[in-house]
Structure formats: structure tokens, C-alpha cells
Design a binder for this molecule. Sequence first.
Ligand SMILES: *[C@@H]1O[C@H](CO)[C@@H](O)[C@H](O)[C@H]1NC(C)=O
Ligand SMILES: *[C@@H]1O[C@H](CO)[C@@H](O)[C@H](O)[C@H]1NC(C)=O
Ligand SMILES: *[C@@H]1O[C@H](CO)[C@@H](O)[C@H](O)[C@H]1NC(C)=O
Ligand SMILES: *[C@@H]1O[C@H](CO)[C@@H](O)[C@H](O)[C@H]1NC(C)=O
Ligand SMILES: *[C@@H]1O[C@H](CO)[C@@H](O)[C@H](O)[C@H]1NC(C)=O
Ligand SMILES: *[C@@H]1O[C@H](CO)[C@@H](O)[C@H](O)[C@H]1NC(C)=O
Ligand SMILES: *[C@@H]1O[C@H](CO)[C@@H](O)[C@H](O)[C@H]1NC(C)=O
Ligand SMILES: *[C@@H]1O[C@H](CO)[C@@H](O)[C@H](O)[C@H]1NC(C)=O
Ligand SMILES: *[C@@H]1O[C@H](CO)[C@@H](O)[C@H](O)[C@H]1NC(C)=O
Ligand SMILES: *[C@@H]1O[C@H](CO)[C@@H](O)[C@H](O)[C@H]1NC(C)=O
Length: 840
Amino acid sequence: MMRFLFIIAILATTRGADHNVFRNCSRIPFCNELRNIILPGDSLFKADLSSWSSSENMLKILLTNKKNDARILELSFLGENKLRIKIAEENSKRYELSDVLLSDPPAIPFNHSKEDSSSLNFYPTSTSPNIRVKITEGPPFRVEIYNENNLLEVVLDGTRFFMDNQKERQTFAFSVGFDDAKRLYGLPSHAVDLELPQTANTSMDPFRLRNSDTAGYEVGSPMALYGSVPVVYGHSSKSTSGIFLHNAAEQWVDISYTGTRPSAYFMVDSGTLDLFVLLGPTLKEVVRQFTDLTGVTNLPQLWTLGYHQCRWSYYTQEQVKEVVALMDTHNFPMDAIWLDIDHTDGKRYFTWNPQNFSDPEEMQRNLSSTNRKLVTISDPHIKVDMNYSVYAGAKEKFFVKWENGSDFEGSCWPGLSSYIDFLNPEARKFYSTWYSYDKYNGSTDVLAGIWNDMNEPSVFDDSLEKTMPFELVHHGNVKHRDIHNIYGFLQTKASYQGLLDRDNGKKRPFVLTRSHFAGSQRYAAVWTGDNTADWPYLRVSYSECLLLNLVGIAFCGSDVGGFANSPDVELLQRWYQAGVWLTFYREHAEETTKMREPYLFDKEVQDVIRRALRLRYKHIPVFYTLFHEHTISGDPINRPLFYDYPGMVDINDHILLGPNILARPVLEQGVNAITVHFPGDNSTIWYRMDQQQTSTVHYGGSSEKLDVNISISPFFYKGGSIVARKDIERPSTTDMLDDPYTLYVNLNNNKRAVGTLYIDDFSSFNYSINNRYNYIRFTYDHSNGEVHTETIGGDPKGFDVHVDKIILSEPAVSGSQIYRKEIFVKETEHRGEVKVFKLK
Ligand SMILES: *[C@@H]1O[C@H](CO)[C@@H](O)[C@H](O)[C@H]1NC(C)=O
Ligand SMILES: *[C@@H]1O[C@H](CO)[C@@H](O)[C@H](O)[C@H]1NC(C)=O
Ligand SMILES: *[C@@H]1O[C@H](CO)[C@@H](O)[C@H](O)[C@H]1NC(C)=O
Ligand SMILES: *[C@@H]1O[C@H](CO)[C@@H](O)[C@H](O)[C@H]1NC(C)=O
Ligand SMILES: *[C@@H]1O[C@H](CO)[C@@H](O)[C@H](O)[C@H]1NC(C)=O
Ligand SMILES: *[C@@H]1O[C@H](CO)[C@@H](O)[C@H](O)[C@H]1NC(C)=O
Ligand SMILES: *[C@@H]1O[C@H](CO)[C@@H](O)[C@H](O)[C@H]1NC(C)=O
Ligand SMILES: *[C@@H]1O[C@H](CO)[C@@H](O)[C@H](O)[C@H]1NC(C)=O
Ligand SMILES: *[C@@H]1O[C@H](CO)[C@@H](O)[C@H](O)[C@H]1NC(C)=O
Ligand SMILES: *[C@@H]1O[C@H](CO)[C@@H](O)[C@H](O)[C@H]1NC(C)=O
């Protein structure tokens, strides 16, 4: 199986990233050295079991080897089936990350027992009595985790544990084995299928995590992309467990399914070995455990879930006006238009090109009159120019510096630039203030979102793999090497705060970022960067976003149509159809590509794109409700099938939008049929929804071939669900605010159906401050044909729900057809707390 995956990955390799610029493992000394290292006996560590001690619920055990090296293993149980393992040193100079975790999770009490003369067991006293950590003396020592007598993970295995402690080198390596797993997932972001392929002992490089502006990135490659989330989950249909390496330095990870157990071997450039272990035992719980540590995606404003029109670049305010007008005259809904780098005065962010955008405020008023928003770009490189007030204000105070104290200057869009030191809280504060209305001249509240691009950070220097030198120095004398992978994360933190402050904390900020790390979900949505207009990129955009959803980054999309090159109309239409189901939906294109706004195509193509956009808008209440539910549970909004159906692995082209909507868009070129795998068992019903007349019922456990043509992109509702939509077609989400809901009631075998809907003011924080929201459960009562609504969270006052229509689906009495009827709500009645829609 794994061999098969590996071959697919190789075949799918596409366009060229420059392999002379972006180095392979053999050209990175620590990777080359550590990848196949065989440790001599005298450097293997043993755990001195008699040395163990505990303070503030942290267990400490001395590790020593025959070379008289000493380390300290620190282990804390964190509750909720999580633990933390650190390797400490005397007089350590290693950097410890401090910005990523939501908070430092408290350790809980533990107890111990002796297993035999060479091992000790530790287990939490109060909770999770089944979890036990067994530490074996060695050499080499081992740290194993058991659930009762079932070995889940070998978290540290002394045979592959290496830690440099020379002054100029802080590299380390360790291996984690997942005994209970069949598949490994994780290490976003890479343009590969969800299941991580074997890399160890193959001609493939290890997966690299080093945020990087990888122009022309390749599908199927382990090369580093824009973001790094050092997480690996081991999954089988029985259980899931995971690890999170809390470290933002460059790292390479070899994946193996051969040998004793599936394993991930981490080789890390610098910083601390600080590992969180997430013990599930289900994938849902592992994801929850990870979001407990790093946070969930914030509830966005409603408009951000609409369609975004972007291009590098819309060059003038007249062009902005024209694009919006043409979208309107051609009846394409949209919520926002985006301005790339050229709208500025010489790539000075927070300014406008005086010729081409002479009246940005009027442009924004005009946008506002059609209920549209504006998003502008703001990159972290700041043009070296004393007449540019952002530069002048930051010079010698807030930029990343050389070791000798001079500001670093590198080349980027504006020419010579310096880079804000976002590790410095004062620099973040300084940067944040530029978003305020009085400093960002010409900005109004119609400029409702910000786009942080090039924030890996990108520096136009091939000899440095297109980023800044690792020896540069940040606030607190921290080397860039130690925090490279959180540079963009910290920029989004400052941007988020800037937008929050600008609106006095009254509006939910919207930031889109290219660079990302664990925890980025707290500040920004993520897109898959500069992809290419080709079929493998469409397909891989699903795996990339599904994986990010499994690590809390639930707001994700890809450039519709592909960034580089021009898509043919088939690919463009398929991309619009597939994009409907991802949380972030934006068309974007590179400067040299043909214009591709939807109104530029033939009528038939326009019709397909318009249907896709409208389908998206009809489902916006579903997305919004799922965002709310994500903030409560950590559940992904876009889910691979194995999230809800643990056995359904190796399927990268299906997507679940929440638990109730299954989509299998066409991600392949020139096909007349596709195969759909229906999850669940034969009591699970899936109603086909993309066809009106000849709609069919499908049952879980089956795989079926469905005919498709260019206008068909299959999706299904699950039996037993109620899906609340807004079906009236309007130009934007704002225009839909007062529209009634249509409830799609999809009966299960017992003729039951339930569903949820979340509503609030769609923009402010009143939902959390004043409980100003209404979270509703709909229940269909077959005995009398009524739909009951009750508030299960928040407060219904001021958030009344109007339902005008019910679309009821159930299997026809015989055959595979759906019996579907449309019922207008005749009467609405209040019975105490419950509101009843009477259908008969
Ligand atoms: C690594 O990259 C160099 C330069 O592009 C190339 O010559 C070499 O063959 C590559 N090594 C491997 C193992 O791919
Ligand atoms: C710790 O374990 C010992 C021996 O197994 C037992 O006697 C003791 O009650 C345990 N303590 C707690 C707090 O559970
Ligand atoms: C690589 O292959 C060698 C030799 O077959 C084997 O001993 C080793 O376990 C393999 N390594 C991994 C990580 O699979
Ligand atoms: C201003 O707009 C004109 C006309 O579209 C374009 O040719 C020019 O490049 C623009 N200038 C900048 C700085 O983008
Ligand atoms: C705003 O709209 C008015 C009316 O259509 C138009 O005359 C004006 O040029 C527009 N201004 C901008 C900056 O787009
Ligand atoms: C900066 O502004 C001054 C005063 O307006 C002007 O004389 C000078 O040429 C400007 N310098 C640059 C580099 O644009
Ligand atoms: C905005 O205008 C003010 C007053 O002219 C100026 O001081 C400030 O530098 C401008 N902001 C930017 C980003 O140029
Ligand atoms: C500091 O170091 C950088 C990089 O080596 C060099 O370009 C710069 O001139 C130095 N600055 C001073 C003041 O020496
Ligand atoms: C696609 O197939 C559907 C259902 O068979 C049919 O109604 C529609 O006309 C077809 N569309 C095209 C573009 O062939
Ligand atoms: C939020 O609540 C405050 C206080 O109740 C109210 O003044 C404000 O209008 C509300 N904001 C929105 C967007 O509803």
C-alpha cells in the first residue's frame, strides 16, 4: 500500500521549483549528517531510574552516557490524555518558544510503580487511569506510552536520540513510533496526499519544515512550503494518537512504515526538544487536544465566507469599479475585491498609488454602496526610505538586525527593504498602529480585511533559499534560526491586533496569511499559496486544506484557477465547483496570466461558474454554523472521510462539510464518470442534491460510479440531518441578511431528522461578551409533520429565525429515487420555549 502511495507521489510531480535554490537534505549539513546517523555505544543515553524526582507535578529523570554527557528528561501529565516531555540541559542556551501556546498548560499529579528492576511506570493519579508511561533504563533508554496494556507510542527511543551541545550547534534528532497506527498524517504544509508516504530508505527526501516562498512548488514533493505545523498523527481504525513538537526552527522529518512500527524521525536545527503527546484515543479527541494547546479558528465575520475576487493586480480605482460592476451585471455574487501590491505607492504598505488610486475613500464608499468590502495587502518588508513614515518610525528600533546591530536590508518588492521584528512586542504594537484609520490614510471600515503575504519571510536572495539569514538577531538577542517558522505567525498576530484596535474591539478581524505555524488559526485564514493552473494542484488543494483543518486551521482555501499560468475553461470551472466546499473561496491569478474574471467567458462557462457561486452562497449559513461549532469543539469544518468514519482512509478527493454534507467534486480532467465512496453502513442514507429531477438515494458502505459532465459536481446530504440554507439569490451576504431560511429535511430510516443553526449579528464580539446569539436545534416530527425549533445556546431575543420553506427528502417507496417534496410553512406557533413550523 505504502509503496503504491509513493509511486503516485512521484508520478504526480509537476512543475519545477528551482532545486538549485531550494536545497535537498544532502545539501543541508545537519540533515545530511543526522539522517542516517548510527550512534556509537558510548553516546547512547541511559535513564538513571534511581534519580527520579518530582516538583510541581513534573517528573525529572537524569539521562547519562559513557561520554559523561548529561540531560534531564522532564515529563508532565497535562490531563485530557495529554502529556509533555522535554529534554533539558544544565546551563542550556536553547531557545524556548513563548508565543505559540494558548497558555502554559498546568501539570497534574502522578503516581508511580515499579515494573521490574529496569523500568518504572508513571501514571496520572486523578484522571485517565488507563494511561501509563513506562521508562526503561537502557542504554538506550526508552519512553513508552500504554493505554492499559496496549502500546500506543514509543515517544523517545534512545537508539535514535541525538542532541548536540557544542556552542555553535544545537541540532537534535529523535524518533517517535506509533505502534497502534497504520497511517501517519501531518506535517503541514506540503503539496502531497493526506497519508504521509514512506521517505526513509527511499530516494525521496524527508519532509522539510522551513517556511519558504517556494515559487513553482511541486505536487508530490516533500520540499518546504509556506507553513509549518510540526504535528504527526498516527491513525488506525482502532485508535489515533499524535505528537506536536513545540519548536519553530527548521526541521526535516523522515517517515517510515517499515521496521518495527510506523515512525517519524525528526531532525531539528536548533531550539528545545519540547514535545506534546496527544493520546486520543480517537482522531476527534486528538484534534481537540491539539486545539486545547494552540486554540481554535475564531468565528469570522459573515462576509468573509462569501466569494472573493482577486488578481495581481487590479491596477486602478476605475478597474475596481468596473470589475464589481461587471460581476453585478452578470449576476455573479461576491463579497470582496482585493488589491495586491501595485495599489500602493511604490510597494509602501499602508499607502496608495497617487495616480491610480487618487481617491481611495470614494472608491470604498462606492464599494460600500453595493455592499462590497475591500481587502488590501500588507507585507512584512518595509521599503528603505526615510520619507516613508513606517520605515522612519521603525528604523534602528523595530527591524530585524545583524549581529553587529545594523538593521538587516534585503531585497523584496519595493527594492531594498528592512523587516519588522515581530518577535518584539513593542514592534508588534508599532506595526499594529498603522492599521488605525488615522494612520492608514485613505482607509475606511469598508477596507475590512488584510492580506499578509511574503511573510515566511520572503527575501529575494537565492543563496539564502529566498529568506533572511538565520544568524540575524531578533529582540532579546534571539537568533532568526530559532524562530524562523513563526515569523509570519507573529506578523498575523500584530495585524489581528491592529484591526481589532482600529475598530475598538468591536469587529472580528479578518487576516489572510501565507506563512503559518501551529496556532495561526487564532489570527488568520490560510491559503495554499502560489499554486499552478494544473489538475494536480486542484486535487492537492483538497488534501492541503483537509490536513490544516485537522490541526485547527479551519479557514483555508486555494487560489481558484491556480496562481501561475492560465487554466483552460474546464479546469477553471472544476476549480470553482470544488472551491464551493472549502471555507475560504477566492479567485487569484499571477500578473502575467490572462484575465479570468468569471464574466469574461462564454455563456455556458459563466452559467457553470454562476451556479457554483450561488451554491456557495446558499450554504453560507451551514459554514457559519460550523464555524461556531468548531469554536466549541475544535471539530474541523472540512473533514476527510476518516474523521467521522475512521476506516475510510486513502481517499483524497471526497470532503465532508461538517457531519452532514458529502461532496465529491470532479478533480480530474476529461472524465465522464467518477466513483463516489459513501461512508457509513447500509443504514446510512445519502441524498444526492446536485440533481433536481432524477435524484437518487445512496447507502453507506457502497461505492458507485456516477456519470458527470461539466455542469455536474456531485454532493449529498446525510439522512437524519436538517440543513438550513438561504436559497434566494442575491449579490452579496449583506443583501441576504433578512432573507428567510429554507430547511432541507433529510429523513433517516426512522423518518427522523435534526439539525442546527447558529446566528448572531455576524460581525461583532457581542456573541461572546453579551451572549448575543441564538444557537438553534431543529427537530422534525414525523408523526405530525412539524418542525420544532429550540434554542440550545445563547438567547433567542432579537435573533428570530424565519423559515419559509421545507424541502423534505426520503427514499421513494421502491427503487433508488428520492421522494422529494417542497412544503411552504403554513403557520408558526410558539409552545413555551419551542417554536413550531406547521407544514400541513
Ligand atoms: C541534491 O541537490 C543537488 C543539487 O541540485 C543534486 O546534485 C543532488 O543530486 C541532490 N541529491 C539528492 C539525493 O537528491
Ligand atoms: C500510589 O501508588 C501506591 C502504590 O501503588 C498506592 O498505595 C497509593 O495509594 C497511590 N497514591 C495515589 C495518590 O494514588
Ligand atoms: C532502513 O533500512 C534499514 C536496512 O534495511 C533498516 O535497518 C532500517 O530500519 C530502515 N529504516 C527505517 C526508518 O525504516
Ligand atoms: C497605473 O495604471 C496603469 C493603467 O492600468 C498601469 O499601466 C500602471 O502600471 C499602473 N501603475 C502602477 C504603479 O501600478
Ligand atoms: C464612484 O462612483 C461614482 C458614480 O458612479 C463615479 O462617478 C466615481 O468615479 C466613482 N469613484 C471611484 C473612486 O471609483
Ligand atoms: C524626501 O522628501 C523630500 C522632501 O519632500 C524630498 O526633497 C526628497 O527628494 C525625498 N527623498 C526621497 C528619497 O524620495
Ligand atoms: C498619513 O498621513 C499623515 C499626515 O500627512 C502622515 O504623517 C503619515 O505618514 C501618512 N501615513 C503613511 C502610511 O504614509
Ligand atoms: C553589520 O554587518 C553587516 C553584515 O555583515 C554588514 O553588511 C554591515 O555593514 C555591518 N554594519 C556595521 C555598522 O558594521
Ligand atoms: C449534464 O447532464 C445532465 C443530466 O444528465 C443534463 O441535464 C445536462 O444537460 C448535461 N449538461 C451538459 C452541459 O451536457
Ligand atoms: C453589541 O452590543 C452593544 C451593547 O449591547 C450594542 O450597543 C451594539 O450595538 C451591539 N453591536 C452589534 C453589532 O449589534
